[in-house]
Design a protein around this ligand. Sequence first.
Ligand SMILES: *Cc1c(COP(=O)(O)O)cnc(C)c1O
Length: 457
Amino acid sequence: MTKDLTYWIEKGKEMVANREARIAKAKKWKFDTIATHGLYDANEALSLNNGSIMEPVYLSPAQAYENSAEMEAGLSYQMPNWCYSRIANPTTYFLEETTALLETYGSEIRATCLATASGMSAIRTATDPFLVYDKKFPNPNIVTSAKVYGGTFQQFWVRRHQEQGLEVRWVKEPENMEEWENLIDENTRFVYGEFPSNPTVGIFDISEVAKLAHKFEIPLIVDATCASPALTRPLVLGADIVIQSASKIIGGSGTSIIGLLTAKLDITSKIGSEEMKHDFATWAKLWPFRDNGPTINPMASFMTLNDLRTLRMRAEKMSHNAMLVAQYLENHPKIERVHYPGLQSYAAYKMAKKYMQLADDGRNMFGYMFAVEIGEKSENSSKNSRKFYDALQMAWRATDLGRVKTVATLNAISTHQQQGEEGRALASIKPNTCRIACGIEHADDIIADMEQALKSI
Ligand SMILES: *Cc1c(COP(=O)(O)O)cnc(C)c1O
């Protein structure tokens, strides 16, 4: 048989059917099983990888083709192939496929994922396609929670608004549906929220905001980095696209910077082509991402995949620790306030209970991160927060979170420094706000470190 274009297109169909069968099998598994195996099985190992039980790392820039017809079929996207590592890579596929399964866990929803060089580039890649020029809607705006990560605030406010003139409408109290309702109009291109937000753990009603966005025929994009699919799966709750900075709990042992963009099939948008709306993550990978190039290194994909296997257990342990430490601090006289969705004092506690549950367990777990305002009640002193911070002995002073090691961050001088006083007020960051991201140590030792550091005040 001549290996012409038709031959390769037929072979491509077989590859797609084989992949579909593996997805169908994995869809029936529990969360930890999917996280551990993904789509890599013994058949794959024996036929492609000398039987290795771990996924191969392809540190190669490009794929070779048997003949010109295979190359033509591959490069015209008529058969699955990876072609060139800026566009795709077989190791990265394993990470993407596992992530797509976990983000839709517990539902029949199908999604695809695109791994990127960082969480910030995942946000950029997810939002760019909705902001293209469209003469039917010449004055675009976006509606976003003001309680977002500092980098996201900068990307929206400095890069998009100040440099490019995009109208950015901030929702100051994202748990309040009325604000979202008042800000969205026919020129809104997408709605954006963080669940829970970094660092003040603001949340919003994902299902209700998704319904509202869909009424206006626009997508809801959710950054769920601080929950992770082990606790909250926005796609299952109605969102169209979910972002993870896998630099955080997904890659918890701390080897890389990585972003993950996962989109359900057939997203809602009045902007863009049918192809884009049908399979957003794949479309983004094959078109704009390929041209813009914020590509993940295959080694980072492999290390992230390894960490992903233990995500649920770490989410459980870290949430358990965060709860104990938050409770301890809430009762401490030198602490003004603790923001943690797991505390009864948290304003949207009921909503947090509804949306944050450990997969395959059902128990409420509220994540690894909380914010505390240091100092005696209503003192709001940055001096005392620095004293406390500088006295920490085990917890690391760093701008990091989701790590297996406990990390503390003074946000006003670090993550949210660039956005200035006004921007920080929008995000409820005070001069004495300290973000604590609990690791997997024993909770007693984290508490002991906090206790001795508070004695310095
Ligand atoms: C860290 C973080 C980001 C940015 O991710 P990088 O991987 O550092 O680029 C985005 N959103 C949230 C909530 C984060 O915590």
